[in-house]
Design a protein around this ligand. Structure first.
Ligand SMILES: Cc1cc2nc3c(=O)[nH]c(=O)nc-3n(C[C@H](O)[C@H](O)[C@H](O)COP(=O)(O)O)c2cc1C
Length: 381
């Protein structure tokens, strides 16, 4: 196992001192009040990126969706105001030609000095897919992603080689493709998706399999299963986990912050977000929804933040109004660091963390838990 790679999240859908939703739970419509909402302006995103870079994070994840800014374009802009930070760019394979993605990736590698990583998002929201003209069903989308990734790797050929790549599959018919990356490699391919169809594609094609975090015990079983699938293909993957984090000098302070976030969520807002999240086709999102479906209602009546603690120091409050990663690690810096260590022991090398607001929480985490992990020699060089 290699060391721990710490990444941060780029809030291209806006930021706040309250939980900002994603998907159709638009911050403009029913999210934080306007006075507390921070626009995802280039200035603000530059501040988050520079903060992440200064504090020692390796990369930032830029999400994809009509609810946020375009990940490629934001990355191209922010690569110019940073020097070391990498960008994990999310994109939907079905909506763009694999040769064009290779071309964009090669250009971004050149203009950023090799700081690109790719996050392949097959898509789990049928309404979102149809907005782009994509009418394939869930498993067919993954079949197409498999072909896409075969092409993406196949077209990477040096200019002087005289070689060209042809591919004829069910979803793509490519002739004579060749994309020169020069001195840079094809970026590492990250990929999320909790369904069987997703895991089959991960086992064959990707470098790092990503999950929206659940408890360490649940994740140990999931990693074991995906490792077996990959081994059957003669491959080895690394694993990454996405979690929010509330790290403070004392545990009591961290729970106070979680309590504050919960108090700002109105029952109407939770009900509206849950109705939207319930229509998902994503197995991963259904797993997130299930984590608070009972306790969420209880928490609303009892107003007790700990009702949403699904396992020690794991709080499901985010998932009440936000799609994607629905859980936060809550605790003192030492407790947060030791839970990250526990996840690392079950097999995760990549941690994509976030906290709202993303500048202030990056400091809380980095000056606390990150420093603890570093002092223990657990961070990747
Ligand atoms: C870490 C992680 C990040 C993801 N980022 C995005 C994103 O930015 N936009 C999006 O629409 N889906 C995102 N997804 C969703 C998945 O890529 C996938 O399309 C969806 O969960 C449906 O697959 P499933 O049914 O196999 O879970 C992400 C998933 C994970 C685990």
């Amino acid at each position: 196992m290699s060391g721990i790679h710490l990444h941060w999240y780029l809030p291209t859908n806006g930021d706040s001192r309250e939980i900002v939703g994603s998907g159709d739970d638009s911050p403009l419509g029913n999210g934080p009040s306007r006075s507390r909402f921070r626009e995802a302006s280039l200035d603000y995103l530059s501040l988050v990126a520079k903060t992440a870079e200064t504090l020692g994070f390796e990369a930032v994840l830029t999400p994809t969706g009509t609810w946020c800014e375009d990940a490629w374009i934001v990355t191209a802009a922010l690569a110019q105001v940073t020097t070391r930070l990498k960008f994990l760019v999310a994109f939907r394979p079905g909506l763009i030609s694999p040769t064009l993605v290779a071309h964009q990736a090669a250009t971004l590698q050149r203009i950023s000095g090799g700081r690109l990583l790719l996050n392949v998002v097959t898509g789990g929201d049928p309404l979102e897919q149809k907005r782009f003209g994509d009418h394939l069903g869930h498993d067919q989308r993954y079949e197409r992603t498999g072909e896409f990734l075969e092409i993406l790797r196949g077209v990477v050929l040096p200019a002087g080689s005289g070689r060209r790549f042809d591919f004829r599959g069910k979803h793509y018919d490519i002739e004579g493709a060749q994309i020169d990356f020069g001195k840079w490699p094809l970026p590492d391919i990250f990929f999320g998706g909790a369904s069987g169809a997703a895991q089959a594609v991960a086992a064959r094609h990707v470098d790092t399999y990503l999950v929206w975090g659940e408890s360490p015990a649940t994740e140990a079983a999931r990693i074991g299963h995906v490792r077996e699938l990959a081994a059957a293909q003669g491959r080895k993957l690394s694993f990454g986990i996405c979690l929010h984090v509330i790290s403070r000098d004392t545990e009591a302070q961290a729970w106070e912050e979680a309590e504050r976030l919960l108090e700002r969520l109105t029952p109407e807002r939770i009900a509206q977000a849950q109705a939207i999240l319930a229509r998902t086709e994503s197995a991963g999102q259904r797993r997130m929804n299930a984590l608070h479906s009972d306790s969420g209602t209880a928490a609303l009546t009892a107003r007790s933040v700990r009702d949403l603690e699904i396992s020690p120091h794991l709080w499901a409050g985010y998932g009440l109004v936000r799609g994607g990663a629905g859980i936060a690690i809550v605790g003192s810096h030492e407790q947060v660091a030791s839970l990250i260590e526990e996840y690392h022991a079950v097999g995760f090398d990549h941690f994509i963390l976030s906290g709202q607001p993303h500048v202030e929480e990056a400091y809380h985490f980095a000056e606390g838990a990150l420093a603890v992990l570093k002092s223990k020699g657990l961070l990747a060089a």
